[in-house]
Design a protein around this ligand. Structure first.
Ligand code: ATP
Ligand code: MG
Length: 585
């Protein structure tokens, strides 16, 4: 396996973050904030002003803010000026309905332009925007809207009929349902308002009221990988982080075509699928369609994507399709590729380098952190398997728990919990209805992430596993990621998920669940080959003792392998909250 992939200078312009060490050393948040405008009359910081209106004020109203690709393949361009006007109209609709500032506006829709208009309009009106993934069933929708005390829901007629109508009686706080009409011919459902008609009637001028950087802006539910999803609340000041990290970690600049494949139903799809690229003045590419390898390669080529932000599952699915398909497309325009959401196996980083001609740059963050915290930068060599180095303005540490609290471990190569010094602008401000749980995340000045990691002597961070997933076998501590990555190196393996299975002698033994690539048989010979490969690479103590083949592994709807479910199923225990489980698995 390649240990280092040297930085690539393909497709100048030069990197936004050219000299990591000096920018990190000299960084200060006040200077970062000063790169944004603030509200011209009322003062303060409002995400939607920074993302949209200020570009119009600066004379860039004609630039394309959003290029939408419908499922049919038809495209629609929305300029910054038009997005400003349309989001103003939405803010005026909220005003007319007497929705109070701070009230939560939920959106349940697939990736259609109205979603983006509603998100930005709600932020202008100082409402809290909460996106719901459109593939959720009624139960997860109901529980999130109850926890979030939804006042307004924006959805489509089809989704309303299929999922929300039956819940209305259980959502007494929901005052208005604004429905985007469809062409089903069934008309407006009862108890709903026609959003298209309201927008057509609304004025397109709106003055954003004074907004403090501490005013709540976004509510995001976590992915539910380790248990019941938590509702993390974020503030308007987060835009400083989105802007800065979009530039430094994603190498984005004004005028770039940027494609973030995450759905806005998850934090990535809002922080980087809406706010960061717009705040920077880029063109946000949005594809309404779900994953399709050929369509994705075609989109990268024909839309002339400059920067692409995606996730390990998507990359693994592309890898599964083989290396011939991408050769049919000219992908040479792409300047930078990044990934987030789960550990990115070294194999995938190297695949990117070989097939796309660009290493895939992993970065790490969480719903709670609101923005990228640790990243591989375009200007830095990539060590495949590493998450990279902390963003300027972010202080990360590896800590051990002690009887009296925590201890920061300065020595390299020590595995401990990844902690972040509080104070970055997009830090979550609470878990809704779970204040005690929020408090427990902090010890002194440190936020504890619940993830285990180590830092090497060059300052690169390496993900080891979630604290809950760590395997203790015969006195060894084993991170599932390490074992999964080695299994992924084998040509037969498409996906791997590793758990600790209780064992009377070893405490736990390593068990791997493996999905094979097409053309490989789930038989004894393959199992033996995989076990031998793992033993050779990891040694007998760390290699799996058992391998079980599955067609595909259980994942969250955002694409993360749910190890807790593999474990519960293995042990015959209750499956717990499965509201975010991808149902096809
Ligand atoms: P829940 O908190 O409900 O269990 P979740 O932690 O999966 O769900 P998110 O906030 O969406 O919800 O995901 C953040 C987590 O995803 C991180 O804490 C980490 O475990 C994992 N993660 C994200 N990016 C990376 C990465 N680059 N490498 C390794 N792990 C990552
Ligand atoms: Mg989490």
């Amino acid at each position: 396996m390649t240990n280092v992939i040297h930085k690539s200078n393909r497709n100048a312009p030069p990197c936004v973050l050219q000299d990591y060490a000096s920018v990190y050393r000299d960084f200060d948040w006040a200077a970062a904030r000063a790169q944004l405008d603030g509200l011209p009359r009322a003062g303060g910081l409002n995400i939607a002003h920074e993302a949209v209106d200020r570009h119009v004020l600066h004379g860039h109203g004609d630039a394309v803010a959003l290029r939408w690709i419908a499922k049919s393949g038809a495209t629609q361009d929305i300029s910054y000026r038009s997005l400003a006007a349309r989001s103003n109209a939405f803010a005026n609709v909220l005003e007319r309905l007497r929705v109070a500032p701070g009230d939560r506006v939920f959106v349940l829709a697939d990736r259609i332009p109205e979603l983006y208009v509603a998100a930005l309009g709600a932020l202008k009106h100082k409402n809290v925007f909460c996106p719901l993934f459109s593939a959720f069933g009624p139960e997860p929708i109901q529980s999130r809207m109850s926890i979030g005390d939804a006042r307004v829901l924006v959805t489509t007629a089809r989704l309303y009929r299929r999922k929300v109508a039956e819940l209305r009686g259980r959502l007494p706080g929901l005052a208005h349902v604004l429905v985007i009409p469809d062409d089903s011919g069934e008309g407006m459902p009862d108890g709903c308002l026609d959003l298209a008609a309201l927008l057509a009637d609304a004025g397109t001028d709106f003055t954003i009221p004074a907004t403090s950087a501490d005013d709540p802006a976004l509510l995001h539910f976590t992915s539910g990988t380790t248990g019941k999803p938590k509702g993390a609340l974020h503030v308007h000041g987060a835009v400083v982080m989105h802007y800065m990290t979009g530039r430094f970690a994603l190498d984005l600049r004004a005028g770039d075509v940027f494609w973030c494949t995450a759905d806005p139903g998850w934090v990535t799809g809002t922080s980087y699928g809406i706010i960061a690229p717009l705040a920077i003045g880029a063109t946000l590419l949005v594809d309404q369609e779900e994953f399709d390898a050929e369509r994705w390669y075609r989109t990268l080529a024909s839309e002339r994507v400059d920067v692409w932000y995606t996730a390990p599952t998507a990359i693994r699915m592309l890898m599964k399709q083989g290396d011939e398909l991408p050769k049919r497309f000219d992908l040479s325009r792409v300047r930078f590729v990044a990934s987030v959401g789960e550990p990115l196996n070294p194999e995938a980083v190297v695949w990117g380098h070989e097939v796309l001609g660009l290493a895939i740059h992993d970065n790490w963050w969480q719903t709670e952190t609101g923005g990228i915290m640790i990243a591989n930068y375009r200007s830095m060599d990539v060590k495949p398997g590493s998450m990279g180095k902390p963003l300027p303005g972010v202080e990360a540490a590896i800590v051990d728990h002690t009887a009296s609290g925590i201890r920061v471990i300065d020595a390299p190569e020590h595995t401990g919990e990844l902690a972040l010094k509080v104070g970055w602008p997009s830090m979550f401000r609470t878990y809704l209805n779970e204040a005690a749980r929020y408090e427990k995340c902090f010890v002194g000045d440190w936020y504890l992430t619940g993830d285990l990691a180590r830092r090497d002597a060059d300052g690169y961070y390496w993900f080891v596993g979630r604290a809950d997933d760590l395997i203790k076998s015969s006195g060894h501590l084993i991170g599932p990621f390490e074992v999964e990555s080695v299994l992924m190196e084998h040509p037969a393996v498409a996906e791997a998920g590793v758990i600790g299975k209780p064992d009377p002698i070893a405490g736990e033994v390593v068990k791997a669940f493996v999905a094979l690539k097409t053309g490989h048989a789930a038989d004894e010979a393959t199992r033996k080959a995989l076990l031998a490969h793992a033993r050779k690479r990891l040694g007998a103590a760390v290699a799996p003792k058992e391998i079980e083949f599955q067609n595909s592994l259980p994942k969250t709807k955002s694409g993360k392998i749910m190890r807790r479910l593999l474990k519960a199923r293995e042990l015959g225990l209750p499956e717990g909250d499965t509201s975010t489980l991808e149902t096809s698995t």
